[in-house]
Design a protein around this ligand. Structure first.
Ligand SMILES: N[C@H](CCC[C@H](N)C(=O)O)C(=O)O
Length: 295
């Protein structure tokens, strides 16, 4: 039987991004990709991302986090999910541990993120520094300037989208800036082609963004490994960094996504801070039969 059977989870969302939090601290259990897929496919535990807590690995951190997409693939970052984890680690009766004044340091395969409570249901995540070199995104061929890379989709003489910015926020992002409502693009059709484009050896999250004023951007996202989601925290961060590099905004903006709004600041010390809400939807336990056919 799976080591995950009967384990309790929290079903949450961050600006509409569906998140499940599972606490495996104090155990040697790990989530296998097929088990993540099985959990995602059950209506009671459906998620865009599964945030799994493990015992801390490095001194000065409160937990090690593994992040799974709907398809079972792992990511080095999830902004919305990190806020949900902070809520769980500070407020959930079973998951909470005493923490210094509402502050936590979480570690993932991509590095450390700091989280600070702003209010009962809002948190600011220090997502760390963006990685901007072509081989840090990563891209499969060299581009000295990742503010606009050579990639387009649609008719060669009249592309639907072209010249995206590339940013890594612990995960790879391509951001296409457009001058009309991002909702007018068929991202459900375009997204998978771009997510799996050979230019992205680790695939990519695909955003379509419209800068509506010097401090406001409207974004829609096709997420790597999860598809269309109502919000994507790291995409919001990547979009603000990209827009700032292109001088379309200053260093901060309100990012409006279908599921809600995030505020992102690319601080002078190169750290990207993202502030947004969390919501608790339900709690549940993982039924053993979930994993019966896990493949
Ligand atoms: N799909 C992303 C991970 C989740 C990102 C998103 N949900 C967020 O809030 O940052 C990836 O595979 O890179």
């Amino acid at each position: 039987m799976s080591a995950l059977a009967h384990r309790r989870f929290l079903k949450m969302h961050g600006a509409g991004n569906a998140i499940v939090v599972l606490d495996l601290r104090g155990s040697a259990a790990k989530v296998r990709p097929e088990e993540a897929r099985a959990i995602a496919q059950d209506p009671g535990s459906r998620f865009d991302q599964l945030m799994v807590l493990h015992d801390p690995v490095s001194p000065g951190t409160d937990a090690f986090m593994r992040i799974y997409n709907t398809d079972g693939s792992e990511s080095g970052a999830c902004g919305n999910g990190t806020r949900c984890v902070a809520y769980a680690m500070l407020d959930d009766p079973a998951m909470a541990r005493p923490a210094e004044g509402g502050r936590l340091v979480l570690e993932t395969a991509a590095g450390r993120v700091g989280v600070r409570r702003i209010s009962e249901r809002a948190f600011t995540v220090d997502m760390g520094r963006p990685r901007l070199a072509w081989d840090e995104i990563p891209l499969s061929e060299p581009f000295p300037d990742t503010r606009r890379i050579e990639l387009q989709i649609g008719p060669i003489d009249d592309p639907i989208l072209h010249s995206p910015a590339a940013v890594n926020m612990g995960n790879p992002h391509a951001v296409f800036f457009v001058d009309r409502d991002p909702a007018s693009y068929d991202l459900a059709r375009i997204g998978p082609m771009l997510e799996n484009h050979p230019l992205f050896p680790e695939r990519a999250n695909i955003s379509i963004a419209q800068v509506t004023d010097r401090e406001a951007i409207t974004v829609r996202v096709w997420e790597r490994g999860a598809g269309l989601t109502l919000a994507c925290g790291t995409a919001a961060c990547a979009t603000v960094v990209a827009a700032s590099r292109l001088r379309m905004i200053g260093r901060q903006a309100h990012v409006r996504l279908p599921g809600g709004e995030l505020f992102v600041e690319w601080r002078a010390d190169d750290h990207v801070l993202m502030t947004g809400p969390v919501a608790l939807v339900a709690e549940g336990t993982l039924a053993p039969e979930l994993f019966a056919g896990a493949a």
